[in-house]
Write a protein that binds this ligand. Structure first.
Ligand SMILES: Nc1ncnc2c1ncn2[C@@H]1O[C@H](COP(=O)(O)OP(=O)(O)OP(=O)(O)O)[C@@H](O)[C@H]1O
Length: 608
């Protein structure tokens, strides 16, 4: 890895000593770089431990990679997301939180929707409303109920506050019922992971003190994304003991408002509660002159381009339809690849140096079709997610695996019963006559699996799938998914000294074992949210028509939601190191067959 010479300003932040600091820095100013160098310096010079929190597994592994794997760093520095930090505590202390066995994470939205549906049906007030709704409205209702549960958790709303703020006690019942159902499955959801540890630190002074004494410094990246629960967790962890915290963030990159995040937790609460000193960093090391100028104009900023020698490209191109947009992009890509080199781009221009970004994944439809047709390699960038199997045999395996390691998990047991159309998923005769007789063999294989023999079980499964699956496409898909699972096991064992099946399942759910870099071959297609914190040489930002980006719902709501869309456009712009090509269709094909006229995104109007 090339050694970067830090600027004077960056160096001064790296060398700050004790105290609380808020580093407000614009995109590409080297926030992550500075934070990493600071952690490195601290770990060399102090004896205590350092807690470094990021918002994505990808960012955490990048920081870990840059820190290197010396024994001192491995022992003294914890780098991870809020979820992985809290999960590591939960695995040790779940009994203190009222669980007899380690609770399992229900990570999939579909699982949580199923649970909230059960909760709605057990509270008469909600059941009555729900039963009278048309099917489409039922889905929206369930989704809204789930949002309500999340809000209660993320906004740290207590039972009393809930009772006071709602029109009646029914909402409190709904919340409690959902939690009870989770608990009866010995399960938790993502928000619970942080909420439980916040409760532990708040209610158990002795345990909180253990962690307070253990960590001397806390560093947090991307703090504009903090929500109330995460900020409260940090406060509860710090207590009156930890006073050395550094938060770095960029209010202009605040794009997770829909998750309860707000830059005010760093800019107001942190500054007030910790008497934090504010420092600004307004240089841009990432982007070319053209990209910085466009971003400055977009956000009305005055960021300095350090790399002024590189002009780069910023272009906005209107195209007739989405099909034409896809053709334009494909032609441009071919042109760039044929160029092989360009003075502005380091090394050969290849597919890995190109990213295509959009507001949401639906925008990629025609581009993806063309990439496939032209046999150009590409992949979809994934966020903090675990594995989602699509082959039927791996789905069955996953469900057996879940109920094997968490026998209280009725939710997945029911799912398995439904897939197999059996009453008892362990009954030999029923399985043999079931819709998927392979389930009998799968069940036999994982019946006595343990973390020590799981790799052997995977080999048995491989043989089974090879022998029994007839359809070639299905066989390939199943074997690919099994291999992915096997790779995740290897990753997990590398990361954990005391591995367990429970721990492995949680690590998968948190996306900690997902080695994405091996799958990231070719052109990267990503939503802007998922690309946050990352960069590429050449970026295409597509579908920049008003109503798509900004999203029409934000346009209708206006205010903060619209501002977040603008911030999201800024995040998209500043992912480009050298070239940024922006496109929008002047007409969009609607699902019912008509074309609708479109205009350029309101944010881009001043730039044309
Ligand atoms: N002093 C420096 N000299 C040269 N390059 C640098 C320097 N500091 C940072 N960089 C490079 O600039 C780019 C942006 O750095 P980094 O990702 O740390 O920024 P950031 O502020 O976290 O970005 P963002 O918030 O936009 O995701 C990286 O490619 C990094 O290696």
């Amino acid at each position: 890895m090339t050694k970067i010479k830090l600027s004077e300003k960056q160096e001064s932040i790296v060398n700050l000593n004790q105290g609380a600091y808020l580093v407000l820095a614009s995109a590409g100013s080297g926030k992550t770089r500075v934070l990493t160098e600071r952690i490195k310096r601290l770990s060399d010079s102090i004896d205590g431990k350092i807690l470094a929190i990021t918002f994505t597994n990808k960012a955490a592994s990048e920081i870990r990679e840059r820190l290197g794997g010396s024994e001192k760093i491995s022992k003294n520095v914890f780098v991870g997301t809020f979820h992985s930090f809290c999960q590591s505590i939960l695995e040790l202390r779940f009994k203190l939180l009222g669980y007899k066995k380690m609770p399992h994470i229900f990570e999939e939205d579909s699982d949580r929707l199923e649970l909230i549906k059960q909760a709605i049906k057990s509270v008469p007030f909600f059941k009555e409303i729900y039963d009278d709704l048309e099917p489409k409205k039922k889905n929206q209702y369930t989704y809204n109920a789930l949002q309500f549960i999340s809000t209660v958790k993320r906004d740290v709303i207590s039972a009393e506050e809930l009772a006071e703020s709602s029109e009646n006690e029914e909402y409190q019942y709904l919340f409690e019922t959902y939690q009870d159902i989770l608990k009866s499955n010995n399960a938790i959801d993502f928000d619970d992971i942080i909420r439980l540890i916040y409760e532990l630190f708040t209610n158990n002074e002795a345990v909180a003190n253990l962690y307070r004494k253990s960590y001397s410094f806390i560093c947090i990246d991307e703090c504009q994304d903090l929500n109330k629960l995460q900020y409260f967790l940090l406060k509860a962890l710090s207590g009156n003991t930890i006073k050395d915290l550094m938060m770095v963030g960029d209010p202009n990159q605040s794009i997770y408002g829909f998750n309860g995040s707000a830059p005010t937790y760093m800019q107001e609460d942190f500054v007030r509660d910790f008497q934090a000193e504010k420092i600004t960093l307004d240089e841009n090391y990432r982007c070319s002159k053209s990209v910085i100028e466009a971003s400055n104009e977009l956000m009305n900023l005055n960021v300095e381009a350090i790399n002024y020698v590189i002009d780069g490209i910023f272009e906005i191109t209107p195209v007739d339809t989405e099909v034409k947009e896809a053709e334009f992009i494909l032609n441009k890509i071919k042109e760039l690849i044929n160029l092989k080199t360009h003075d502005d781009i380091e090394g050969e221009i290849n597919y890995e140096k190109i990213s295509i970004l959009a507001r949401n994944k639906f925008v990629f439809k025609y581009v993806e079709e063309l990439l496939k047709e032209e046999k150009i390699p590409y992949y979809f960038k994934s966020g903090n997610v675990g594995i989602k199997f699509s082959s039927i045999s791996m789905k069955i395996f996953d469900l057996y695996f879940r109920i094997k390691i968490n026998p209280l998990d009725r939710l997945h047991l029911n799912k398995l019963e439904n897939i197999l159309k059996v009453k008892d998923v362990y009954n030999f005769n029923e399985l043999q006559d079931s819709k998927h007789p392979i389930s009998l063999n799968i069940n036999n294989i994982i019946n006595d699996c343990s973390i020590d023999n799981l790799h052997l079980k995977i080999e048995e499964l491989k043989k089974l799938f090879n022998d029994l699956i007839v359809d070639d496409d299905e066989k390939k898909l199943t074997l690919d998914e099994l291999e992915d699972f096997a790779n995740q096991l290897i990753q997990y064992k590398k990361q954990n000294l005391r591995p367990s099946l429970d721990g492995f399942k949680s690590a998968i759910a948190l996306g900690l074992t997902n080695n994405t870099s091996s799958k990231e071959k070719g052109i990267c297609l990503s939503t802007v949210h998922t690309m946050k914190g990352q960069e590429n040489e050449i970026v295409f930002l597509i579908g920049m028509d008003d109503g798509t980006f900004p999203d029409f719902r934000a346009v209708n709501k206006g205010g903060e939601e619209l501002q977040q869309e603008k911030n999201n456009t800024y995040v998209a712009f500043t992912r480009a190191k050298r070239f940024l090509f922006v496109t929008y269709p002047k007409r969009r094909l609607m699902p019912w067959g008509d074309y609708k006229s479109k205009t350029i995104s309101r944010f881009l109007k001043p730039l044309i």
